[in-house]
Design a protein around this ligand. Sequence first.
Ligand SMILES: [Fe+2]
Length: 443
Amino acid sequence: MNIEDLVIEDPERRIFRVHRSVMTSPEIFALERERIFDRNWLYIGHESEIENPGDYRRREVGGRPLIFIRGKDGVVRVFHNTCTHWGAKVCRLDQGNAASFQCFYHAWTFNNVGQLIAIPDAGGYPQDFNRPELALKSPPRVDNYRGLYFVSFNPAIEPLPDYLAGAKDYIDLILDQSEAGMRVVAGTQLYTVRANWKLMATNSLDTYHAPPLHTTYFSYMAKFKGLDYEAETNASAMRAGGHGRSLRNGHGTSESAPGGLARPIAHWHPMFGDAAKPEITRIRARIFERFSAERAQMMCDTFRLFLIYPNFVFHDIMAITIRYFEPVGPDAVRLTVYALAPKDESKDQLELRLNNFVSFLGPGGFAHPDDLEAIESCQDAFRSQEVEWSDFSKGMNRDPEVMDELPMRAFWRQWHAQMLGHERANQFDDPRSVEHGAAAGGK
Ligand SMILES: [Fe+2]
């Protein structure tokens, strides 16, 4: 099938379809590596994960084994995790603190700023053997936005802030929640999912599935927390209102109307108990002092899922979680999830946050396993090749709400444009103008 025909959009007839071969084909997967993962900015980690000189995290990004490290000079760098001699991985632990890395193959040794500092039997090389050139290699572009680090294997890529486009304001919305700054909470959840990475991307933006799929969670809330399912867990409020937004360049968000699911950041809810009320009330008041009423309400009373194209997601909902996913084949993806919390958060408040996080999203949580089951089910069912299309048209007939599929369409448009060799989608990229205009016509 022609790449041109893999995504079909017809705003007049409210049609938006994606050909399912994009989730199964090895050829498409190989082309994605080249046109998506080798071309965009890809998230690697947060500065708080490597707070001290020598701290490092081993990461797999865009199909490359990398080391995300803070050097003895305090500078954050990214290195390819491969010895410049014959290629073995110089770092074989997931995380730690190191002054140097010694390759286990021939014992070439590199310090934590990447310089080659020792070679056994150095007499086997000439005096002027070029040690600087044999330092650990970095990806061509590494940059950060407010402590969130990204790498790109595309030397010509636009600057990170331009790439982030409308997503920047949403990152601010999260990072501004604490004056002391945010940190990644120790403890990472890792999953290998038998599904295409784009199923993970679209699931991560979707709330339409929450009431039918996450019934266990909602009934747990109702039964064990003594809450009224409809009124307190707000399943019906989630169904209506809010909006979907393209943030340009493939980034997008689904946002609730005020009064969505309870969140321990600044919105007290009976499930958090009376003891937590004073602190939550204080945090809330401070946010309202620091920001406009509209902004503060967004931070305290609404939730959002947002995706930074192609593979990095914030869930600013019951807790703030970061998830990023690394495709390993057309039908397999590795997912990493961790929580972000204010640096100055009290122990009790942090505990509430993490309980909220793992009870919904953890590997043993009441909801996240449903999501994995659902996307693996899609992937498995794609074996019925005769059923060719998936539908992403929800909300094209109205001003798209939180449970509509506008941000997924923004994702697919960018994906399709890049697969066709363009830098970015321009058609319908701004929902405020074109897609919304088209929708308004249908009202
Ligand atoms: Fe879900």
